[in-house]
Design a protein around this ligand. Structure first.
Ligand SMILES: [Zn+2]
Ligand SMILES: [Zn+2]
Length: 127
């Protein structure tokens, strides 16, 4: 299966093949700031199964995070990132993909989750 995450203006995209290594929600403040929402939703694929297209720009997050984000310079959507904690992989903001999408396996920084965000049991709390 091939899936494509597209930015809000359509200029940039990230195409992945096969199922992700894992996927999850994250309730940390940085994911909230990145998305402007209550949590981030992402999944990770090996680099070899990820194709970037369009004039994506890289943004270096704080060095201690060791993360580079790829975003559309026209509309500002974050589409993907790489992080030193997951070498050889791309994290992809999968909300930009058309369904069907894999449900999240985990809820990261779950202790920061807003109490009105109710998740299914299969989405294991972590952190
Ligand atoms: Zn765009
Ligand atoms: Zn986060």
């Amino acid at each position: 299966m091939t899936r494509t995450a597209t930015c809000a203006c359509g200029e940039c995209s990230v195409t992945v093949t096969g199922e992700p290594l894992f996927g999850g929600l994250c309730h940390c403040q940085n994911c909230r700031q990145r998305t402007g929402s209550a949590f981030g939703w992402q999944a990770y694929w090996p680099e070899a199964r990820v194709t970037l297209s369009g004039p994506l720009q890289r943004y270096d997050l704080a060095p201690e995070w060791g993360q580079q984000r790829l975003f559309c310079p026209r509309c500002g959507s974050t589409l993907a990132w790489q992080t030193m904690s997951r070498p050889g992989e791309f994290g992809v903001a999968i909300g930009g993909m058309e369904p069907p999408l894999p449900a999240p396996d985990a809820s990261y920084r779950d202790s920061r989750r807003f109490d009105w965000v109710i998740l299914p049991d299969r989405c294991a709390a972590s952190g």
